[in-house]
Design a protein around this ligand. Structure first.
Ligand code: GAR
Length: 190
């Protein structure tokens, strides 16, 4: 059994979707959701899902020791960033080499980097007149939105689409693909 912690900063609709996907799984369990914002709606979702949650400050996250201790306490094998907006510190990456995956709501390397998250990404896609967008699921390294890409899926962007329209299409791709891509990655772990 592999134990996943999900890190999220906001609504947490992906976290909930992933938790529901793995409910009852013999291979994967999700004992913990970590947030860096005490107001994040993902904490409500964790409560409803019956999953433990923990909130750390941005400073604690950067320093990593408290987070590492929590990961050890919960015997976490793998970390999923699902709408998590902080840069992951080297200490945590070193403790989980090849075992931290992120989802970005666009086709990296386009529209990535510091400050590019959530609706800002969809606004940039529309402002650039892109004809497609999509999702990128990738391993993380010490830079924003870099690291080996595992999976991309695309959706068309029409010339009259608003950022909200693009967000809806991208969220649909996230819900459809993120859980099973996580499952595939987990299968490759020893
Ligand atoms: C998702 O679209 C995710 O791809 C994005 O934040 C949203 C979170 O939604 N992540 C980033 O932009 C990271 N750079 P959710 O909280 O409802 O899952």
């Amino acid at each position: 059994m592999k134990r996943i912690a999900i890190f999220a900063s906001g609504s947490g609709s992906n976290a909930e979707n992933i938790a529901n996907y793995f409910k009852g799984s013999q291979e994967v369990e999700i004992p913990l959701i970590l947030a860096n914002n005490p107001e994040a709606y993902v904490l409500e979702r964790a409560k409803k899902l019956g999953i433990d949650s923990v909130v750390v400050t941005n400073k604690e996250f950067r320093e990593a020791d408290k987070v590492l201790a929590i990961m050890q306490e919960y015997k976490i094998d793998f970390i999923v960033l699902a709408g998590f907006l902080l840069l992951v510190p080297a200490k945590l990456i070193d403790a989980y080499p090849g075992r931290i995956v992120n989802i970005h709501p666009a086709l990296l390397p386009k529209h990535g980097g510091k400050g590019m998250y959530g609706d800002r990404v969809h606004e940039a896609v529309v402002a650039c007149g892109d004809t497609e967008s999509g999702i990128t699921i990738h391993l993380i390294d010490e830079r924003y939105d870099c690291g080996t890409t595992f999976f991309q899926a695309t959706c068309p962007v029409q010339s009259d689409d608003t950022p909200h329209d693009v967000a809806e299409k991208v969220h649909a791709l996230e819900y459809k693909h993120f859980p099973h891509v996580i499952e595939e990655i987990i299968k490759t772990l020893d």
